[in-house]
Design a protein. Structure first.
Length: 242
């Protein structure tokens, strides 16, 4: 079953076109990768999927479980189970991670046992009594963001560069947590990445490459990843122009 589909999606922000006729889809149980250099439009595409009010859809459609959600608000999309784990999580001074986590878990009917299991998988138990992200390392912030996202019981998550700027151990822990999220009810995921390092530990079905606001190539995740590592993103542009 198709969970998420973008059809010929074009997006503007501040009067500038930031996504140009992008089409991709994610089916049940799939992990899909979205590659692209900085400034290619990946984050803008994510914001449009979530319904951020500063990102105006000027063409195309977004479907979630076959329903047209193009005109839905951010709050309506989140209520359907569509969410994101962002690359740069904010500091929340005065709010302890454990308190925030339990509040989120209670709202989404997640048990204390599951909360503790996720904290163990991500190895963040020692952070629960500290203020959220205050003084946390890059890897700790990423793992905490995955932790708090998992406690929302999402159906679909866009993971914004979860493998960027973190060490190998954090990549392994994040991969294990995403696997656990599928066990807990996650139906599909889109992972935005520069490197595809997570595919060493997670099985991705397909990959898309976005350059200059457009999808320039797509195919099996491992093949796309290997080509990017060997030849860079320009190889996709060259193949498209032939």
């Amino acid at each position: 079953m198709r969970i998420l589909e973008a059809k010929e999606l074009s997006v503007e922000t501040n009067g500038k076109l930031v996504v140009n006729k992008v089409s991709l889809h994610v089916d049940t149980g799939e992990i899909i990768l979205l590659f692209g250099p900085n400034g290619s439009g990946k984050t803008s595409f994510t914001m449009a999927l979530l319904g951020h009010p500063n990102y105006k859809i000027v063409g195309g459609k977004i479907y979630f479980y076959g329903n047209d959600i193009t005109a839905y608000s951010l709050e309506e999309r989140i209520s359907l189970g569509l969410t994101a784990a962002f690359q740069f999580a904010p500091e929340l001074k005065g709010i302890k991670l454990g308190e925030l986590a339990r509040e989120i878990a209670e709202r989404h009917c997640v048990s204390e046992d599951t909360l503790n299991e996720l904290a163990k998988i991500l190895q963040i138990g020692y952070l629960l009594d500290r203020y959220v992200n205050v003084g946390f390392s890059g890897g700790e912030r990423k793992r905490v963001e995955i932790f708090l996202t998992a406690l929302q019981s999402p159906k679909f998550v866009v993971f914004d560069e979860p493998d960027s700027g973190v060490d190998r151990d954090s990549v392994v822990l994040i991969s294990k947590a995403i696997e656990k999220m599928f066990e807990l009810g996650l139906k599909g995921a889109l992972i935005i990445t520069h490197t595809g390092f997570l595919t060493k530990y997670l099985e991705a079905s397909r990959a898309y490459v976005m350059i200059n606001r457009r999808i320039v190539c797509e195919g099996p995740a491992e093949i796309i990843k290997d080509h990017i590592i060997k030849y860079g993103f320009n190889m996709c542009v060259m193949k498209r122009s032939r």
